[in-house]
Structures are given as structure tokens and as C-alpha cells.
Design a protein. Structure first.
Length: 452
């Protein structure tokens, strides 16, 4: 396929904005990038897609999300509003994940996948929990991902919070799925696996060791780290160590591991995160919603930590997460110089692309260049001022909106065209979710009020 009549935004090591350019796609990869006239002449018989002057960009990447949370939208938490993050976990997320069965896990994933296609987010790192449906849960999500045509890295969050049997089942599920991916997913496939862990505060030393022992060396962990002070208090009480050294001691942090949040880490922990090579993900909308504070992202980046951008299960519109990151640090520090647009792009574009590339191997992701993977979007944005490689992040921060994405493509396959999702039936999925929601909410309410 030849996409022509586009303004190509390449990202990659040196961003370029190229009006009147075309991209040739072959076998799921970008085969050529060049001026319209040149490529139209050289590939006259190729199937063509006229971009109509829109921006052609790499799809967005989300480094940390939770497909399982779709049924929380509009849900009433019984009793007074939770006063802090530990209460939010106990009264919202833990009863809700217990309420999920096979059908609701599938539909919850599909809701997020539709949202991601519509918002041009083409690679997603999911972190799943459904303690009453553990065995096979990652297969159900994988099937939804395959149906959607998206690219995703899946894991199941191991936790001791529901007892030893469920912790062991979580370990088995990660191991089984990692093995399945190794067997079935060729290099260049759309699915990959990590090994999920909830957070230090719900994991014993024995379970951490069991997870480490169960993980093949080249796979990585995906775990919440110091999202709230309670994670540090618990870790100090359990081990005499803060969270990052505790996890490092048990071999959980390494160059393939993802530490979500890192809001409450001290300078020594930042240095240790840099030393281990672990990825850190930043989720500003979630941090604000939970009132947990703001991670010192600039200090993490300055220390050499590879900080990525996730959304923690908020909408899959990553440009909203860009804006939240850009704004939150300014108000938190009372300083408009904090978290400039280039730093947001460093996380959301460059570090996210490197993270995704490390899980999918081989060809680069998240850039437009010959040989890169054809995960692309068309954006209907008419710039009112000059659009340059240097000022592009500020066009996103101040000009881009949800709904500007008109086409989404993964591995060269069109998943949305002219704002119509073609791989999934959005109305049918939403109808199915509305049909299941009352049952999910009823089970949630029983778990939340202690009457299971
Ligand atoms: Zn999370």
C-alpha cells in the first residue's frame, strides 16, 4: 500500500515534518519514505491511500494500562468517598477485579481496544487482575487483542492479597502465557508477555522469590512501585528496606522490568532504578485522580532512568496524558518552567518506542523510517502556525484533540478508516458491556460491602 499526499511526522532519533510525502508499506513494515512524485512514479501499480493532506504519524504507545477497569465507569462506591489511595484499592479496585468473570474480562478488554484504535494508540502494555478468573484469563485478553488487530504486551498481576492459592495461580498464568508466546508468537507478532506483580505491599518475600524463580531470564516483570507512601511503610515494616531496594534484592528489577509510578521514591532509590536499568512509567491522570502526589520525573530522567508514559486505565487517548504530564508538574512545583514539551515527548515518544521495541524485537516501532513497523495513524490537524520538527510537541499539547485521528493501522493492516473502526463492532461491544454491567456491579457491591 502506498499512503500519499500526507505530511509525514517521522519521530525517531531526529524528528522531521515532511509535507507532500508518501510511505510505502510492505509485509507490515515501512518499505520506503519519500516525496509524493518520486514514490507515486516508482510504485504506480501499488494500492493507494490518499491521506488528503493529513498528518501521517507513528501510532501512540501506552506503557501501562489496565483493560480490566472498563466497568468502573459510572460505578458508585458504597459509603463515603475513599479518603486515600489504600482505601481506593480496598473499596474500588479489589472488589471490582473480584467481580470479573470470563465474559466481563473479554468485554472490558474490547472496550479499551476500541478506544485505543479510535485514539490511535497502537501498542499497549496491559496489567491484568481477575482473582476469580485467573486460569486462561490472558488467553481471553489475547483473543480480544488478536481480533482488534492491535499490538499488546500482557501479564497477570500476582498478589498475596487473596491467599496463597490465588498467588500460585497468578504465577502459573504468567508462566503459561510467557511459554505460549514463546512457542506461538513469531518475531514480529502482535502479542508479547511480561510477568505481572501487583505491588510490594501485597507481596511476601516468599512470593517474590517464587516469581523470580519462575521467570525465564529474558522476560521482564511489570509491577506498581511506590504509588503511595503506604507501599514504603509496608516495605520498611516487612523487610527494613524501602520498596526499590526490596524489589532489587529479590531480583525483580532489571533492564526488562517495568516499574509503574515511582511517585514516592527517594534519591537513593532513583539511583538504584537507574543502576538496574528498569523502565519507569508515569501516569499523571491517575496520580491526580488518586491524590497520591507527583513523581519527580525530571529527577528520574536526569539520573538516566528510562521514564515512559502510560495511562493506568484512563481513556486510551495518550495526548490527554501528554497534557496532564505537561500541566501537573507546573502546578505541583508552582513553576511554569517544569516539565517542558520536549521532556513529555521524550517519555511518550522516544522512551515508549524503545520500551515497545525491546518487547517486540527486530524492527523499530514508533517511528516512520524504512524498515520500521507500519503502526501508523492519520491525524486531521490543520496547523494555524508553522509546524516544525522542533515545535511539534507544543502543537500536540495545545492543538491536538481526541477525535482528530481518522485512520489507524497496525503492522500495515487498517483497523480504522475515515473514523470507522473496521476490525471491531463498537456499538455491539458497548451493548454487550451494558448488558453485563448490572451483574458486574452487583457482584462488586457484594465484595465491597463484605457480603460475597
Ligand atoms: Zn496501574
Amino acid at each position: 500500500m502506498l499512503i500519499h499526499n500526507a505530511t509525514v511526522v517521522t519521530w525517531g532519533a531526529a524528528n522531521a515534518v515532511l509535507p507532500g510525502h508518501a510511505v510505502l508499506i510492505k509485509d507490515g513494515h515501512i518499505a520506503a519514505l519519500g516525496p509524493d512524485a518520486q514514490l507515486l512514479k516508482a510504485h504506480a501499480h501499488e494500492v493507494k491511500l490518499d491521506a488528503g493532506g493529513q498528518l501521517l504519524m507513528p501510532g501512540s504507545i501506552c506503557a501501562h494500562t489496565h483493560f480490566y477497569g472498563a466497568f468502573s465507569r459510572g460505578l458508585a462506591i458504597p459509603g463515603p468517598a475513599p479518603k486515600d489511595f489504600p482505601e481506593i484499592l480496598r473499596r474500588l479496585w479489589w472488589p471490582l477485579d473480584k467481580a470479573l468473570d470470563e465474559k466481563s474480562v473479554r468485554v472490558s478488554a474490547l472496550i479499551h481496544l476500541v478506544d485505543a484504535i479510535k485514539n490511535g494508540t497502537t501498542t499497549l502494555f496491559d496489567h491484568h487482575a481477575s482473582p476469580n478468573f485467573i486460569d486462561g484469563s490472558l488467553d481471553v485478553i489475547a483473543e480480544a487483542v488478536a481480533e482488534s488487530g492491535m499490538r499488546a504486551v500482557l501479564c497477570y498481576e500476582v498478589s498475596d492479597r487473596d491467599g496463597e492459592a490465588k498467588a500460585k495461580a497468578g504465577i502459573r498464568e504468567n508462566n503459561r502465557f510467557i511459554e505460549r508466546m514463546r512457542r506461538e508468537q513469531p518475531a514480529g507478532g502482535r502479542l508479547a508477555a511480561a510477568f505481572g506483580l501487583h505491588a510490594s505491599l501485597t507481596l511476601s518475600d516468599e512470593t517474590l522469590d517464587a516469581c523470580r524463580a519462575a521467570l525465564p531470564d529474558e522476560a521482564g516483570f511489570h509491577i506498581h512501585v511506590a504509588e503511595h507512601e503506604s507501599d514504603q511503610e509496608d516495605s520498611l515494616a516487612k523487610s527494613g528496606l524501602r520498596v526499590v531496594p526490596r524489589l532489587a534484592k529479590h531480583g525483580i528489577l532489571g533492564p526488562h522490568s517495568i516499574a509503574a509510578h515511582a511517585v514516592h521514591v527517594d534519591a537513593a532509590e532513583i539511583a538504584l532504578l537507574a543502576e538496574t536499568g528498569a523502565w519507569v512509567t508515569h501516569q499523571p491522570r491517575s496520580n491526580m485522580n488518586n491524590g497520591v502526589g507527583a513523581a519527580d520525573v525530571e529527577a528520574l530522567l536526569a539520573a538516566g532512568v528510562r521514564v515512559c508514559l502510560g495511562n493506568d486505565g484512563f481513556t486510551q487517548d495518550m495526548w490527554s496524558e501528554w497534557k496532564a504530564a505537561y500541566l501537573m508538574h507546573k502546578v505541583w512545583n508552582r513553576d511554569p518552567r517544569r516539565m517542558n514539551g520536549a521532556e513529555v515527548a521524550r517519555m511518550a515518544v522516544h522512551n515508549n518506542a524503545a520500551l515497545a521495541g525491546s518487547f517486540f524485537g527486530g524492527a523499530p516501532l514508533g517511528e516512520i523510517a524504512a524498515g520500521a513497523r507500519a503502526d501508523l495513524i492519520l491525524v486531521d490537524y490543520h496547523a494555524p502556525t508553522p509546524l516544525t520538527a522542533g515545535n511539534f510537541p507544543w502543537h500536540i499539547l495545545f492543538g491536538f484533540e481526541e477525535g482528530m485521528v481518522t485512520a489507524t493501522m497496525v503492522k500495515g493492516e487498517v483497523l480504522m478508516k475515515d473514523r470507522q473502526v473496521v476490525t471491531l463492532d463498537e456499538a455491539e461491544i458497548a451493548a454487550k458491556a451494558r448488558e453485563l454491567a448490572p451483574q458486574v456491579w452487583e457482584r462488586y457491591t457484594r465484595f465491597a460491602t463484605g457480603n460475597p
